[in-house]
Design a protein around this ligand. Structure first.
Ligand code: NAP
Length: 310
């Protein structure tokens, strides 16, 4: 780690990690989670409603177990009810959909999340479509995605929503900027491109993917780069315009015998190198991840408030 230059003028909203200007996702998440917890307390006190989030995990994929555990912990810390449903790897698609239908009818459950990926014998599409749109706090159902695209009330998918908050937190005014998104998955690339291009956000958006011959041609023109490829070193310093804001969504496990778990996590950008050119960059871990969980809490609170309003 390089020495931190103490004379560096630091935006109080940024953390400094190894002397680099990092967008501190943990800190932003902490602030927003405190705000959410305060709203949960008001809902309990004034309406006697405790938002409830059902988290379903099928099987024991180690990464999924750790994501689910973090979500359940955050849910309890915010004062919400966490309904933890662990199912055997051998669970059938029919059984899983039946559980979802039961949760759809349960008034104590405001949000339903099915941790992906699912075992191969279960269709993710069928399972996602079984979740009632009013409880789809991940924002993955076609109804929610469609509503988001046409600007109607919806649950915005958590990772893209968190990314918007992180860019705003960096101090970058998104309106009028050129944003390049690397990746076009249904859960990250496509929704973040759509959100950035909305009239209220007003960025000009380019989407790159494996069919893009030279991604650097686009990223070198970008004020904002969101990289969600799931490949380390997809974004290098020579692909950036000086002063760009970089949001690194990737989470990649690199074998590392020096670490207690035998691996370390890296993003899709070469962080140290890109931080020399960017005006700000999210670290991995500690950038997008904590914000994804925070926006899940936010959507669960919204679900409870909307139900109460009806
Ligand atoms: P995904 O479904 O695998 O999609 C990856 C996308 O990136 C695809 O569109 C693919 O293009 C594109 N891509 C892959 N390699 C590329 C390359 N070398 N150059 C350009 N484009 C490339 O992944 P995802 O679900 O969007 O997730 C992306 C990463 O974000 C993963 O590391 C995941 O673990 C992480 N993630 C983190 C969070 C969080 O909360 N921190 C949340 C979600 C995802 P094609 O379409 O052409 O194949």
């Amino acid at each position: 780690m390089r020495k931190v230059n103490s004379s560096l003028k630091i935006n109080p909203e940024f953390g400094i990690i190894g002397g680099m200007k990092m967008i501190d996702g943990k800190k932003l998440a902490e602030n927003l989670r405190a705000e959410i917890a305060a709203k949960v307390a008001v809902l309990k006190e004034t309406r006697n409603i405790t938002p409830g989030l059902a988290v379903i995990l099928v099987g024991e994929n180690p990464a999924s177990v750790s994501y689910v555990t973090a979500k359940e912990k955050a849910c309890k810390e915010a004062g919400m009810n966490s309904i933890e449903i662990r199912l055997e790897e051998s669970t059938t698609e029919e059984e899983l959909i039946k559980r979802i239908h039961d949760l759809n009818k349960d008034d104590a459950v405001h949000g339903i999340l099915v941790q992906l990926p699912l075992p191969r014998h279960i269709s993710e599409k069928a399972v996602i479509e079984a979740i009632a749109p009013g409880k789809d706090v991940d924002g993955f159902t076609p109804v929610n995605i469609g509503r988001m695209m046409i600007g109607e009330e919806c649950f915005i998918p958590c990772t893209p929503h968190g990314i918007i908050k992180l860019i705003e937190f960096s101090g970058m005014d998104i309106a009028g900027k050129h944003a390049v998104v690397i990746g076009r998955s249904n859960i990250v690339g496509k929704p973040i491109a759509a959100l950035l291009a909305r009239k209220e956000t007003n960025a000009t958006v380019t989407v790159c993917h494996t069919g893009t011959p030279d991604i650097g041609v686009y990223t070198r023109q970008a004020d904002i780069v969101v990289v969600a490829a799931g490949r380390p070193n997809t974004l290098r310093a020579d692909m950036l315009k000086p002063g760009a804001v970089v949001i690194d969504v990737g989470v990649n496990r690199i074998p590392d015998p020096s670490k207690p778990k035998g691996y370390r996590l890296v993003g899709d950008a070469d962080t140290e190198e890109c931080a020399q050119v960017a005006s700000a960059i999210t670290p991995v871990p500690g950038g997008v991840g904590p914000m994804t969980i925070t926006m899940l809490l936010w959507n669960t609170l919204q679900a409870a408030e909307r139900k109460q309003a009806k």
